[in-house]
Design a protein around this ligand. Structure first.
Ligand SMILES: Cc1ncc(COP(=O)(O)O)c(C=O)c1O
Length: 385
């Protein structure tokens, strides 16, 4: 029966990250610099709120968009922190992680034949959904511009079929972000066109210098903003994301969300309420720690001899170029490094073909692990050059 499945589903490949893990999973004594989630526990007060939710039988379906006080807290969180203002009654939807938010949003926007712009390299969670919609992912090569899209590069890729653009900043896998001025310029290019902006800002709280800015500040009517608690509150397993969009868009997103999951887990919603009220600044301590690690890793990468290292503005990743002396694909490089030195990094091609020639290093691990991992990378590099 396999041949009768939706061909768009058959075309989807397992992620490059998974493929790589499957090949190196059994290596003993491996230091992993691949982690895509915070290495801190969920804050205690958030965990207590979830326990109380269970004890108080808050275990039924909630409103499809999430219980109202949580939506109020979510609206106030992004309003206070990022100066973007949404009505909790009809412009906020709580989802099962940002992942489900991305699915709902892209399926609500895209039709067969549409084009969706996105920066390359990029988080691998978008292209399969674009493909499932019968639409086409059109990458904007950012490798020559410190991994940032710009007003000019966007302009150059817009066609009559362009229906949406994904702006995922701070970025996974590169850690870079866009400044307020860069966002304003991009908003000016997109304003008034029939193009939706999907702003995936899941790493917004992990912005190291200054505050995060959202394009929604300048182009609210065309923007659908996605955020969540996985990274800010170390809550990846709780599966809480959020979509913010003008009412005329949200009311349609809500239908797709409703027929998809009904609502996010009620217990997790109570935990999220605690996180977005008493815990609105929980990310600060984690961010300070990531910043120390970021600076340490930068120093080491330069000492080891990596060239053109782009220092991240946020998140917890470095995306570094494999030295020219290596005549290997990023997959071969990562595999050889894992086997010879027992350090795992993610091959760059997992983040689209624009990531070929790079590796992603995560610093969501202890300084000791980073020290050891980077020393092993250093000996791998020096033994080949
Ligand atoms: C850019 C980006 N968006 C979305 C997600 C998914 O987040 P969630 O755990 O909330 O589904 C991730 C997870 O790594 C990510 O890096």
């Amino acid at each position: 029966m396999e041949q009768y499945l939706n061909p768009n589903v058959r075309d989807i490949k397992i992620s490059g990250i998974r493929k790589f893990f499957n090949m190196v999973a059994d290596i003993e004594g491996m230091i992993s610099l691949t982690i895509g989630q915070p290495d801190f526990p969920t804050p205690m007060h958030v965990k207590e709120a979830a326990k109380n939710a269970i004890d108080e039988n808050f275990t039924s379906y909630t409103h499809n968009a999430g219980f109202l006080q949580l939506r109020e807290a979510a609206a106030s969180y992004v309003g206070t922190k990022y100066n973007v203002h949404y009505h909790p009654e009809n412009e906020v939807i709580v989802t099962s992680g940002a992942s489900q938010g991305i699915d709902v949003v892209l399926r609500s926007i895209l039709e067969p034949g549409d084009e969706c712009l996105l920066p390359g390299p990029v988080y691998p969670g978008y292209e399969p959904i674009i493909h499932l919609c019968g639409a086409k992912a059109v990458y904007i090569d950012t490798t020559q511009n410190d991994f940032k899209v710009s007003a000019e590069s966007i302009q150059a890729h817009i066609s009559d079929s362009t229906k949406c653009i994904i702006l995922p900043y701070p970025s996974n896998p590169t850690g870079v972000s866009l400044t307020k001025d860069e966002l304003k310029e991009i908003a000016a290019v997109l304003k008034g066109r029939k193009i939706f902006v999907v702003a995936d800002e899941i790493y917004s709280e992990l912005t190291f210098e200054g505050t995060h800015h959202s394009i929604a500040e300048f182009l609210k009517e065309q923007t659908i903003m996605i955020n969540g608690l996985s990274k800010s509150h170390s809550m990846t397993g709780w599966r809480i994301g959020m979509i913010f969009a003008p009412e005329c868009i949200s009311k349609h997103l809500l239908k797709v969300h409703q027929y998809n999951v009904s609502c996010a887990s009620s217990v997790s919603q109570k935990a999220a309420y605690e996180a977005l009220t008493n815990g609105i600044n929980d990310a600060v301590v984690m961010k300070e720690e990531y910043k120390i690690r970021r600076d340490y890793v930068y120093k080491r990468l330069i000492e080891i001899g990596f060239k053109d290292v782009v220092k991240p503005d946020g998140a917890f990743y470095y995306f570094v170029k494999i030295p020219a002396a290596f005549d290997m694909t990023s997959f071969e490089f990562a595999l050889a490094l894992a086997h010879q030195e027992k350090v795992a990094v993610v091959p760059g091609d997992a983040f689209s073909r624009y990531g070929e020639g790079y590796i992603r290093l995560s610093y969501a691990c202890s300084l000791e692990e980073l020290e050891e991992g980077l020393s092993r990378i250093e000996s791998f590099i020096s033994s080949h050059i």
